[in-house]
Write a protein that binds this ligand. Structure first.
Ligand code: ATP
Ligand code: MG
Length: 558
């Protein structure tokens, strides 16, 4: 018997379930389901639904079914079925047996026969356009189909012949006989079955009639003994149909549909169908492109699944649609990574610095904590030599007042090492700064640093010991906050969403990192060693997130 879960933050759905359990509805148990259509990869909006459905099942000692809603054979594939399962497991949930709406095709067909026998469904021979035209509008009732009063025998005969493959697509459909004057358009004799001569990824060519979503979903829920069918608000207007079908038939149970607000995130889109346009149009590398809001893209970018679960908890479950700022997700990622990952230094855009008073054949090793606040995370060794790299943006030829980084004649501190002063600037043929000459202050080593304080502290990497790497920096995939508002998704894309830096230099200890490792490159952000490109000679680091929210500033937000 399920007990309410008192420790969990409550929400209106948990309150409804608590009340149902108190009143002994749904047989004192809680069964939920997550019902994706296998027509693409899951996105972070699905994570909200996954955390809600699987989370409630866990907390009430019930279970949550994964059920593929596979009723549109042309758009669905085994590849998507596999990808979706991998994504749910990655988020951190398990289920007992994978279910498919197509497993119920035979039962659904039998139920349709029952509806016909009860005079509650009929075969309509209007074309799809005529059905649409006759459906009416929000202010006008629809028109009854001229086929609405076919005899039960004729309906049974036609429906059986639809199944047998005697008709072309669009020639007939099966419709519920409800009310063409209903203020709810979903109740105006909705289509229950249509003919499709398509090969299904699982049932192959066994069927050429396929049930519609509204008819399939409630019956699949009832057949599985789902108690609470949680879905997004756009299905609120479909609930009367959900209940109508279950009331019209003798089903094992009558699940309760409850709607909640879908997740919408600024600067991206949340629909498999829309995202597939980006993949098919070649606007992104693939479904798992690290800029995509897909779970596979987030995994490949290096976002930890715990941060996604935390994000879903924080945004909560409500009944009001709203856009969430990307910074909310990014903060969850930073908060998860900050106490957990090692710090190392990486120069993303190197500028060579030769320290002229440091002997060429000399080397020394500095040591630094892997984490500034957590000694239990251990220490690393940082080799130093006379040639190092610093960040190009840490040097200015002609600095403004209060510039604390390197400039001709200025002194800065190399983190964990010495102070250096720039003595000379070397330029290439194009006149650009290509190398700096500096001198170091031997007194500034270790404790000596305290005597002589300088304001600028730079990260650096010893040239001789550096590990070469590529870094990929990501920006928002879209330049518009609500890209879905416009007609053309591609024109809303941010042309600068990907920057590839091929000549990065990382501290020697990066050699020991394995694919899948997450680190903080000091001053640069959190990075992930992308397994897809990882081999001994070539390391690609994806920037998971910057250290601070720089986006808000750029947008003029506070
Ligand atoms: P499509 O673009 O193909 O319609 P979809 O993104 O709507 O895709 P579905 O496969 O229809 O995805 O959704 C599976 C489940 O996930 C549904 O229960 C749906 O309500 C839920 N879901 C989909 N998008 C979101 C979202 N943005 N926020 C919360 N739940 C969502
Ligand atoms: Mg959908």
């Amino acid at each position: 018997m399920s007990e309410p879960a008192p420790e969990q933050p409550t929400n209106f759905i948990r309150q409804i379930i608590d009340q149902d359990l108190l009143e002994g509805k749904s047989g004192h148990r809680v069964v939920t389901r997550f019902p994706p259509e296998p027509n693409g990869h899951l996105h972070i909006g699905h994570a909200k639904s996954i955390c809600l459905n699987f989370g409630i099942a866990q907390d009430y000692q019930g279970h949550c079914n994964l059920r593929f809603d596979d009723t549109n054979p042309e758009k669905e594939s085994q590849e998507y079925i596999d990808a979706i399962q991998e994504d749910i497991q990655w988020i951190g949930f398990e289920w007992i047996k994978t279910k498919y709406a197509s497993d119920y095709f035979e039962e659904l067909y039998e139920y349709a026969i029952q509806l016909i026998r009860a005079g509650k469904a009929f075969v309509c021979s209007l074309g799809p356009d005529e059905i649409r035209q006759q459906r009416g509008t929000l202010v006008e009732p629809g028109m009854e189909s001229p086929y609405r009063n076919r005899s039960i025998e004729e309906n049974l005969d036609l429906f059986q012949r639809m199944r047998a493959g005697e008709f072309r697509e669009g020639e007939h459909v099966l419709r519920a006989k409800i009310d063409m004057a209903s203020p709810n358009i979903n109740m105006r004799d909705p289509v229950l079955y249509r003919i499709k001569h398509a090969t299904h990824p699982r049932t192959q060519d066994k069927w050429c009639i396929y049930p519609m979503y509204d008819y399939t979903h409630c019956l699949s829920d009832a057949l599985e003994g789902v108690t609470h069918s949680l879905c997004t608000l756009e299905f609120e207007d479909h609930r009367p149909l959900y209940d109508w079908v279950l009331d019209a038939l003798e089903t094992p149970s009558h699940p309760r549909q409850i709607e909640f607000a879908r997740l919408s995130l600024e600067y991206t889109v949340m629909s498999k169908r829309r995202l597939s346009l980006l993949v098919d149009g070649g606007h992104v590398e693939s479904w798992d492109d690290p800029r995509m809001p897909t779970l596979s893209g987030m995994r490949r970018r290096g976002i930890p699944p715990e941060a996604i679960r935390d994000f879903c908890d924080r945004i909560g479950i409500t009944k009001k649609d709203a856009f969430i700022e990307m910074s909310v997700l990014e903060n969850c990622i930073r908060e998860h990574l900050d106490p957990r990952v090692n710090r190392i230094m990486c120069v993303l855009r190197p500028l060579k610095v030769v320290i002229e008073n440091y002997p060429e054949d000399q080397e020394e090793i500095f040591s630094a904590g892997n984490h500034p606040k957590d000694p239990s995370m251990g220490e690393r060794s940082i080799p130093f030599s006379n040639t190092i790299y610093i960040e190009q943006e840490d040097f200015l030829l002609d600095p403004p007042d209060k510039y604390f980084r390197l400039a001709p004649g200025k002194e800065v501190r190399l983190r964990y090492a010495y102070n250096i002063t720039c003595t000379d600037v070397i330029r290439n043929d194009a006149g650009q700064v290509s190398e700096l000459r500096c001198i170091f202050d031997p007194e500034s080593r270790g404790a000596g640093a305290r005597k002589k304080k300088v304001k600028g502290i730079l990260h650096w990497v010893s040239a001789r010991h550096a590990v070469d790497a590529e870094a990929r920096l990501f920006d928002r995939l879209f330049r518009l906050p609500y890209p879905d508002a416009g007609e053309d998704l591609a024109s809303a894309l941010n042309p600068d969403s990907l920057e590839v830096l091929r000549d990065c230099k990382i501290e020697a200890c990066a050699r020991t990192l394995d694919a899948g490792a997450r680190v903080q490159f000091e001053r640069q952000g959190y990075f992930y060693l992308d397994g897809d490109h990882h081999d001994a000679g070539h390391r690609v680091f994806n920037r998971i997130v910057t250290l601070r929210d720089s986006w808000g500033k750029r947008e003029g937000k506070s």
